[in-house]
Design a protein around this ligand. Structure first.
Ligand SMILES: Cc1ncc(COP(=O)(O)O)c(C=O)c1O
Length: 435
């Protein structure tokens, strides 16, 4: 029997290795700063536009589901781990339509779709089921940092490949893999992570030609590695293409449904509050993902799936995407115009020209340190403008040091007027630092 009078000491909590490796998301602090000071214009948070959240679409759909006893009983009960069959069929057809393909000629089937609690959950599960500690994941430099820090928390080593305005550079990917192969390290490479449309944080879209090249490289080195290297295509911003045609997904090029795990979400093109994402996966990966998801939550919100399913079948979802595209296109244009107005005359400044999504990536002269402790951040706060220091967006690649002169501008929340003001304030802060 334990002695109830035993003296207890302050013992440490035995956190797992993954928990100890998990970095606090620096962006949380920035969001708190913006909330604490409403006068601050925030170009930091990756939230979506408040004004276009689809309340008017969802109110009657909710009412319709709940007022019919049969549909209410179905939607309010647990669903299946992978998501309900009718919804997965709709999602499969949605992917086919986006790629302008007939289901008969498209990779996989509705059985290869898994619905998850946001695409973030699927990304996380894929890390869990594919990676052992010390495995290597290759990601863009920079990348979607919430996920790359998850990968690091799982113990993976991240090696990075530069992007240019056409996306990840295939020759550099090839060179990295060649080097890893020569060093006998190819067996550790499990995954290539690519945000293929309007990447977070740069806004850059991978060109069609490069999509095929990346897939070919992955297939080539998979043969040498003796296992499939999974190309994780994160297409979170795919539907938010405002200019020109969105290129076909890399998934559509994966004819035998072997290599590409495509992840999409309703958070960006509909609303994040429903936290519903999905993936089209190689069939053997579906089984592993379902097992893991079964252990986590045995299925994402069934009710939310029914809401979205009705929004798709009524055509309301497609119409809403058009509304969003219009609203965000104005914001991106306001950002690009304001950057042109306030930064064009500064040497060593450049920015990306996104054709969709929520982000613009700004590169300042090397002498300007945009990081949290650097001089610009403080000047910017005094001017009333908040941004994400680009240094947060680079994965922890043990072989490289991130540049400190970049900024991620997120335009989801502020309106065009606030964006114009915010960029003008940022320019004032930059000029103050330059003296
Ligand atoms: C590139 C990218 N992928 C995935 C996600 C996850 O979004 P959700 O889990 O809401 O689908 C985000 C969220 O910002 C993102 O930027």
């Amino acid at each position: 029997m334990p002695d109830s009078a035993i003296q207890t000491m302050n013992l440490p909590l035995p956190l797992s290795r993954a928990a100890k490796h998990a970095d606090e998301q620096p962006i949380s602090e920035l969001i708190k700063m913006a909330l604490d000071d409403p006068a601050l214009i925030s170009l930091a948070a990756g939230l979506v536009d408040f004004e276009t959240l689809p309340a008017e679409i969802l109110a009657p759909i909710t009412q319709a589901i709940l007022s019919d006893p049969a549909s209410a009983k179905t939607a309010l009960q647990y669903g299946t781990t992978e998501g309900f069959a009718g919804f997965r069929q709709q999602l499969y057809e949605h992917l086919c339509a986006q790629d302008d393909a007939e289901p008969s000629s498209y990779p996989g089937s509705a059985d290869d779709i898994v619905v998850t609690t946001g695409s973030q959950q699927l990304l996380n599960i894929l890390a869990e089921v594919l990676l052992d500690a010390d495995d290597i994941v290759i990601a863009g430099w920079p990348s979607y940092f919430v996920y790359t820090s998850t990968l690091t928390a799982y113990g993976a080593t991240i090696r990075s490949v530069d992007l240019d305005e056409q996306g990840m550079v295939p020759q550099k990917l090839d060179r990295l893999l060649k080097g890893l192969s020569a060093a006998g390290q190819l067996h550790r490479v499990k995954m290539l992570y690519v945000v293929s449309y309007h990447q977070n944080p740069t806004g850059i879209t991978l060109t069609t030609e490069r999509r095929q090249q990346l897939l070919d490289i992955v297939k080539h080195y998979s043969q040498l590695a003796g296992h499939r290297i999974v190309l994780l295509e994160d297409a979170a911003y795919r539907e938010l293409t405002y200019q020109g045609e969105a290129p076909p997904s890399i998934k559509s090029m994966d004819e035998d449904n072997q290599y590409v795990a495509l992840c999409q979400t309703f958070s960006k093109p509909f609303c994040p509050g429903l936290k519903t994402g999905y993936g089209l996966l190689p069939n053997d990966l579906v089984e592993a993902v379902k097992l893991s998801k079964g252990g986590r939550d045995f299925g994402s919100s069934n009710f939310n799936q029914h809401l979205i399913s009705r929004a798709i079948s009524s055509g309301a979802f497609a119409k809403h995407v058009e509304v969003l595209k219009q609203a965000y296109a104005e914001k991106i244009q306001a950002t690009l115009d304001a950057l042109q107005e306030h930064f064009a005359d500064l040497d060593g400044v450049s920015w990306t020209q996104p054709t969709g999504g929520l982000y613009v990536w700004l590169t300042l002269p090397e002498a300007i340190d945009t990081s949290r402790p650097g001089p610009l951040f403080g000047h910017a706060i005094k001017q009333g403008i908040l941004f994400v220091p680009g240094v947060y967006c680079y994965p922890k690649d043990p072989t490289r040091k991130p540049p400190r002169n970049t900024i991620r501008l997120a335009v989801g929340v502020p309106n065009p007027e606030q964006i114009r003001k915010g960029i003008a304030r940022l320019a004032t802060a930059v000029k103050q630092v330059l003296g």
